[in-house]
Design a protein around this ligand. Structure first.
Ligand SMILES: *[C@@H]1O[C@H](CO)[C@@H](O)[C@H](O)[C@H]1NC(C)=O
Ligand SMILES: *[C@@H]1O[C@H](CO)[C@@H](O)[C@H](O)[C@H]1NC(C)=O
Ligand SMILES: *[C@@H]1O[C@H](CO)[C@@H](O)[C@H](O)[C@H]1NC(C)=O
Ligand SMILES: *[C@@H]1O[C@H](CO)[C@@H](O)[C@H](O)[C@H]1NC(C)=O
Length: 962
């Protein structure tokens, strides 16, 4: 019952549920130059079909000799575009009837010169091809103009980039919403299945396509899952709907092998793609040793076939026909894909995390002489650049998540600084989604975060455009902009590395994808120099160096703890908790310059413009310059298992699995029908995710237990060392948390049974001397918040009804809150009336059926779920799913504000991750005096330029500096 993790993790690894229940080589050509000449002579002779002599012997020509020789010659073909590909005037993907588009006055980031080339000017999209760029000659479009076949878009200087390329997705094979009938990700038939093809399971009805396009993604690789060592062939697809509506028609460039129509000796060959995986996800087939043996056995089969083919062709081309008399060209339908790997015709995407796995695969690539195009996830790649350098054929690109780490042992040492460290070693970095693990729509956000943590801006952009395109062998078509490439273009509302940058239009094969106004664009360009230029970001050199020094596990505690007086200089803003939310206490007036804040014993003792706090600042223990930064209340995170586990999939680092009273009786020793557990009893302090959150100014967390049906949640301080430390536990029992989940798969109980149980418990059916009886009674009385995890509007409606019933019968007012609540916007009015608040993810995605009816937000809709709910007067807070997301909630809130088109001011935005959550969890007032303060250097809480440099802790009378 752990929400997202149960459903999303099987894509990349075995399901949590499953765990619980069972728990001759081309070199030969070089040494046989004479053979080639002989074979040419033979070629003309063969036309006469006469026996012919060679080496003094009569050679008997087979009837298909010509075919054999063609086949042999074709072995020398290497994939790639035909010569002069970029001279084309019509794309093979052109949809007749598509008008030409001239985008005028754009700032065009081309993806060339390692992402440093920017062209100011126009760009012409014609017949599915980029025809002109910069100064576009009039004669290229004057016919279209005459025939009314030209759409002109005024970009007014806006940023234009190539359509984004997502190198790692499960689009169409793990579709949204996830349904048992369309899970075509992993094969259960052994570790080695190179003969499988993701396109054979590709669902054209995935709701994700439209959403990903709305994020500027135009091309994606559709990978099989990672539960097999060689999981099958993958495909590069374009996400737009096609006239044919078929999977085949979405393939960017159908590879030469796809439909049996092998190309002739002249090519062109198209790249094939293959998914490989190593490490923990293969545990169902044995250990790491087993999987590497599985790889070696498979590649040895392929090698034998390839050598037999090469020998056969050597003889055929030498005219030694008698030697191969009666024998066919040695081929294997089953192993041909791996033989193609050994012939250098396949781009491999290799899921591989740890030093041991990377080393294994690099050894394998050298043993069998094949290249690996990209390592994916690769949590430890930044620690072993030398290993990557030894890969056969050169170092692979490395495809990473920005922040999704520490869910397994193999991801434990993952780092947000990895992209920068790798590029410093001249290794190409790609940012990817692993959709639906991260929604492909927010691929650009991965690049934005990588940039925030130090990746240089030009490389952050190439990481989602040209670098993945080069790695997949498709950069002659996508990922870059120059004449002759596919007309896949995005025009942005702000500089694409700014938070919340959204497309104003997306073209795929020259076809506009967003419903636009008459001007051809959606929404408005964001005003302001700061959003139209590369965002300023903090420096992380020290953190980054420590990460490498400590092999991914740098100490996360404070660098300095000061118990006396700390003076902050160059403060721009100070915010504080007020009666109705967070409010500004002080801000610098432009005429007077920045100000000073004095912290004494962890509390603000003076705030004012420079000079104002002169007396209070005397005898300071430390003075720090925060460069126009800010001081404000620490943030609160809810919704994940933060503080109860170290690595989600390592049972021994977590709380264990609670008894599920729906499935079997809770043991007698508990004497409790509901098996209610207190999260406080399972708290773990100093987990890396909690410490990372603390360092990011997220000073409080409310934790739930992922697997428990009924939990008493607890609120704790993320930076505390242990539970007995002063202020470590903010509130022991914060809320009663109940999950109402639709059964997925054949396990799980019905919604009706879950609600029947809830009704019964709220009517005090259980003995008040039991935990369940006691706390459900309190929830029914409204003495403790009842947080219900629920997604569907229908179930929420039922629960509102239930609430009214209980209140009627008992004469009480319950404090009910819906968590998750994707479809809550459909009931905004009713929720407001019932005073039921909502805790939700900042960005919605229809992962399962009950989350289908999302408000997609700009550029697809004007509203978002959050703005809709707030406008109706519903109290809304923002939650996360995975503990590693906790540190990023200020940017989540900033995103929500950007999507609101000005309807969420700074205070209301701040409330989403502080006071609104406190209201919903009934801890208003608890933090007022003792609340921690975060100190931001270089900007305010919602700005990418800022970094948390310290936390003030009144309860401990200290200031921690990082
Ligand atoms: C791109 O960067 C790589 C690595 O730094 C360098 O080797 C290459 O020459 C650069 N290419 C261009 C076109 O600047
Ligand atoms: C291009 O757009 C910018 C920004 O709106 C504007 O200042 C400039 O005058 C425009 N140039 C042309 C040639 O229209
Ligand atoms: C097979 O694929 C090739 C290459 O895309 C294409 O030209 C050909 O029409 C396809 N044949 C069939 C029968 O689909
Ligand atoms: C890997 O190779 C690149 C390019 O030759 C070089 O710049 C880099 O220093 C090497 N890294 C290691 C760790 O050997």
């Amino acid at each position: 019952m752990s929400g997202k993790s149960e459903v999303f993790l099987p894509l990349s690894r075995r399901s949590r549920k499953a765990q619980m229940t069972r728990p001759l080589s081309l070199g030969l050509w070089a040494i046989t130059a004479t053979v080639v000449i002989i074979s040419c002579n033979y070629y003309f002779d063969s036309l006469s079909r006469e026996p012919y002599t060679h080496s003094g012997r009569i050679q008997q020509l087979p009837i298909n000799a010509e075919q054999i020789l063609q086949k042999c010659a074709s072995l020398r073909n290497i994939p790639g575009p035909e010569a002069h590909f970029h001279d084309r005037e019509v794309s093979d993907r052109f949809e007749p009837g598509t008008k030409s588009t001239l985008i005028k006055n754009a700032t065009i980031w081309t993806g060339l010169a390692n992402g440093t080339e920017i062209i100011k000017g126009d760009i012409l999209l014609k017949k599915g091809v980029v025809r002109g760029l910069g100064d576009v000659p009039q004669e290229l479009f004057e016919d279209d103009e005459k025939n009314n076949d030209l759409v002109v878009i005024e970009a007014s200087g806006a940023w234009v980039t190539p359509g984004l390329v997502d190198l790692h997705t499960h689009l169409g094979v793990a579709s949204a919403p996830l349904l048992e009938g369309a899970m075509d990700v992993n094969s259960p038939h052994g570790p080695i299945v190179p003969w499988l093809r993701s396109i054979d399971g590709f669902n054209t009805h995935d709701d994700s396509f439209e959403l990903a396009i709305a994020g500027g993604v135009t091309t994606a690789q559709v990978l099989p899952g990672s539960a097999n060592a060689i999981g099958g062939q993958s495909f590069m697809v374009k996400l737009r709907r096609t006239a044919e509506r078929s999977p085949s028609s979405m393939i960017l460039e159908p590879p030469h092998s796809l439909n049996g129509t092998d190309t002739g000796p002249d090519g062109p060959l198209r790249w094939r793609h293959l998914k490989q995986a190593c490490g923990e996800n293969l545990k169902q087939y044995g250990t790491r040793m087993d999987s590497i043996w599985a790889f070696r056995s498979a590649y040895n089969e392929a090698r034998k076939i390839k050598e037999a083919q090469d020998l056969y062709c050597l003889k055929a081309e030498a005219g030694l026909w008698n030697d191969i008399q009666g024998s066919e060209y040695p081929d294997s339908f089953k192993w041909e894909a791996l033989v193609d790997v050994l012939r250098g015709r396949v781009r491999i995407s290799n899921h591989c995390y740890e030093a041991v796995d990377l080393d294994d695969l690099v050894r394998l690539s050298n043993e069998f002489k094949f290249h690996i195009a990209s390592f994916h996830h690769a949590s430890e790649a930044y620690l072993v650049p030398g290993v990557l350098n030894r890969t056969f054929g050169g170092p692979p690109a490395v495809a990473l998540f920005a922040k999704t780490h520490r869910y397994t042992r193999e991801t434990y040492r993952g780092s947000e600084f990895a992209p920068r460290i790798l590029t410093d070693h001249n290794i190409s970095v790609i940012m990817k989604s692993d959709h639906p693990l991260v929604n492909s729509r927010y691929l650009l956000h991965e690049a934005q975060q990588a940039h925030y943590y130090g990746l240089q801006p030009h490389l952050a952009l190439t990481a989602v455009t040209s670098t993945p395109a080069y790695a997949a062998g498709v950069a002659h078509r996508v990922g870059v902009l120059h004449e002759g490439v596919d007309a896949d273009v995005v025009i942005w509302d702000s500089h694409p590395l700014n938070l919340g940058a959204i497309p104003r239009q997306v073209w795929i094969d020259g076809i506009p994808q967003l419903n636009a106004t008459s001007k051809g664009l959606v929404g408005e360009t964001r005003e302001g120099k700061e959003v139209q230029e590369t965002p300023l970001v903090p420096t992380w050199d020290e953190e980054s160096a420590a990460t490498v020094q400590y092999e991914g596990l740098p100490p996360l505690g404070p660098n300095k703890v000061i118990s006396g007086k700390v003076v902050l200089k160059n403060v721009k803003e100070v915010w504080e908790r007020g009666d109705s939310g967070v409010k500004e206490r002080w801000s610098a007036r432009p005429s007077q310059g920045f100000g000073t804040v004095v912290l004494a014993d962890g509390e603000i003792s003076c705030v004012g413009r420079d000079g104002w706090c002169f007396a209070a600042a005397e005898n300071a223990d430390t003075t720090i310059d925060i460069h126009g930064g800010m001081v404000g209340p620490g943030l609160m995170t809810v919704g994940s298992r933060l503080g109860t586990e170290e690595m989600g999939f390592e049972t021994s680092t977590g709380p264990g699995i609670s008894f599920n009273p729906y499935i079997k009786n809770v043991p007698k020793v508990l004497e409790d029908a509901g098996g209610l557990v207190r999260a406080a009893d399972s708290l773990k302090f100093q987990t890396r995710d909690a410490l990372v959150a603390h360092r990011a100014g997220v000073t409080y967390g409310t934790s739930t237990l992922g697997d428990s049906v009924y939990t008493l949640e607890t609120t704790f301080r993320t930076g505390a060392v242990h539970a007995l430390e002063s202020g470590a536990i903010v509130k022991d029992i914060t809320a009663l948390h109940v999950h109402i989940v639709r059964p997925f798969g054949i396990t799980g109980v019905s919604v009706g049974s879950q609600i029947a149980a809830l009704r019964r418990l709220l009517l005090s059916a259980e003995d008040h001397n039991t935990e369940t009886g006691h706390w459900f009674h309190k929830a029914a009385e409204g003495a403790i918040p009842l947080i219900i995890s629920v997604e569907s509007a229908d179930i929420m409606a039922t629960l509102l009804h239930l609430k009214a019933d209980i209140e009627d019968q008992r004469g009480s007012r319950m404090h009910m809150v819906f968590n998750g609540a994707t479809e809550a916007h459909l009931l905004a009015k009713e929720l407001a009336k019932a005073k039921v608040g909502v805790i939700m993810l900042p960005r919605q995605f229809p992962l399962v059926w009950d989350r289908r009816r999302i408000v997609a937000g700009p550029p697809l809709t004007n509203n978002t779920a959050i703005t809709t709910l707030l406008e109706h007067g519903v109290v809304v807070g923002i939650s996360i799913t995975e503990p590693s997301e906790a540190g990023g909630i200020r940017f989540d809130a900033a995103w929500a504000a950007l999507e609101s088109n000005g309807r969420l001011d700074k205070g209301k935005t701040y409330d989403l991750i502080t006071t609104n959550l406190e209201k919903l969890y009934g801890i208003t007032g608890w933090l007022k005096l003792d609340g921690a303060l975060a100190i931001y250097d270089g900007g305010d809480i919602f700005s990418l330029s800022s970094k948390v440099v310290g936390v003030a802790l009144p309860k401990k009378k200290t200031v921690e500096l990082f």
